[in-house]
Design a protein around this ligand. Structure first.
Ligand code: ADE
Length: 422
């Protein structure tokens, strides 16, 4: 790989990046075992792999695993604010990976990097948000026949892919890694829960205890964030559009109300929905002076920022790093965190390694599965194979030195005999 082919901020940052990659690796024992297996078995030999993921220390360890399995990997960032430049530098210098990722790149640069990854003509793609697969569908249709399969890491990406499947345009098989229990029960819930609190605290230094925190969306991410906030003493309000999830939130002990009503009581608002314009003009107009608004969903569309800009009579950019202050006609100041981009990766370091261990172990094993079985799959969105979930959860338990029980012969026959229970 020629270093001149890469586009990163500064190769001199590589020492720090390497330290962080190794530190994260200490907490990724499942991925480490898969890497050893891949090194021996070379399941990805001869495969070109294009990844569009958050370029973090945890992702670097996934990339190392894919390379150990024989893949020729190119990676670009899946968000302009999430790249860890030191990690990108180390991937190039220490692991000989072609990287296109610079933190705070503009929109043109972001798409230039995606394009370079698509032009690698991957046999397998890995996306976090579906930008790479979308670009390939729009501009590189001719390369699609060579793609054995794709993996998608996040809820937002899976929503886009299912829409493509429904409208009959999906041109390749996709495994929705996000939908693995070994991913969303842990990464979405505990990973997003903790890293969102972390990002908000790093951005603002506020005390969570005693604040009224409005959580928009009660999927796994919202549940995790709500429970972490409650644990730190916040008074949590949940908003939802799904009646079952709303009921769940009520019975989990949270107050549930419309965003309209919540707007008047919240000190801090955080969106985790995967949808657009969840917080709109009519909501900003009702917020208290000093209210803080953040997003932890994949795209920066959950808060209607264009309307906030229009409503503001004064904008003070950078009252603090990651905080812009919008003063409205009623003199109330609304603090927007991290430009409405995913706060946990923009202001903090994303989810901790120990939870990414399971998500990325699932990614690596799905890549192996696609390399072996991709040609048997149709152009659909598939759940990850159950055997992969089983492998990942068992390896994780073993890495924690935990054992579980197994069914006795008597129990197996009881469960399979419909007459015995009566
Ligand atoms: N998504 C959320 N946290 C992440 C992390 N630490 N690395 C990669 N992707 C992530």
């Amino acid at each position: 790989m020629k270093r001149s082919e890469c586009d990163i901020k500064n190769l001199d940052l590589a020492d720090e990046g390497l330290r962080r990659i190794i530190w994260a690796d200490n907490d990724m024992p499942v991925l480490e075992q898969i890497r050893d297996k891949f090194r021996r078995e070379q399941p990805l030999e001869g495969m070109r792999l294009g990844a569009c993921l958050h370029v973090t220390a945890e992702t670097a360890n996934l990339v190392r695993t894919l390379k150990a399995g024989g893949a020729d990997v190119v990676i670009c960032a899946s968000n302009p604010l999430s790249t860890q430049d030191d990690v990108a530098a180390s991937l190039v210098r220490d692991y000989d990976v072609r990287v296109y990722a610079i933190r705070q790149i503009d929109n043109d640069g972001y798409y230039r990097h995606l394009t370079a990854t698509a032009e690698h003509k991957p046999h397998i793609t890995m996306d976090d948000g579906c930008d790479l697969v979308s670009l390939i569908h729009e501009k590189y249709k001719e390369n699609m026949a060579d793609i054995t399969g794709s993996m998608e890491e996040t809820t937002t990406g899976v929503i886009r892919l299912r829409a493509m499947e429904k409208s009959g345009v999906l041109g390749l098989p996709v495994i929705a890694v996000n939908d693995a229990k070994t991913k969303n029960l842990f990464d979405n819930r505990y990973g997003t829960g903790q890293s969102t609190v972390d990002g908000i605290i790093r951005a603002t230094d506020i005390l969570i205890a005693g604040k009224t925190i409005v959580v928009a969306g009660y999927g796994w991410c919202g549940r995790g964030f709500a429970s972490r906030c409650r644990g730190m003493g916040a008074n949590v309000v949940v908003t939802e559009i799904d009646s079952v999830k709303a009921l769940e939130a009520v019975m989990d002990g949270f107050r549930v109300m419309t965003m309209d009503a919540a707007s008047e009581v919240g000190d801090l608002f955080c969106t985790l929905t995967g949808n657009k314009h969840v917080i709109r003009g009519e909501h900003f107009a009702k917020m208290k002076d000093g209210a803080m608004v953040a997003n932890s969903g994949h795209f920066d569309v959950e808060i209607d920022i264009p309307v906030l800009k229009k409503m503001a009579k004064k904008i003070n950019n950078g009252v603090r790093e990651f905080v812009d202050q919008y003063t409205l006609d009623n003199d109330h100041r609304i603090n927007l965190l991290a430009d409405g981009r995913l706060i946990n990766l923009a202001a903090a370091e994303g989810h901790p390694a120990s939870v990414m261990d399971m998500s990325f172990a699932t990614q690596a094993l799905c890549a192996e599965y696609v390399a072996k079985h991709g040609s048997e799959l149709g152009n659909k969105v598939y759940d990850p194979p159950i055997e992969i979930e089983d492998t990942v959860s068992r390896l994780k338990l073993a890495s924690m030195h935990l054992e579980i029980d197994t069914l006795t012969e008597e129990q197996i026959s009881y469960l399979s005999d419909w007459q015995e229970g009566t």
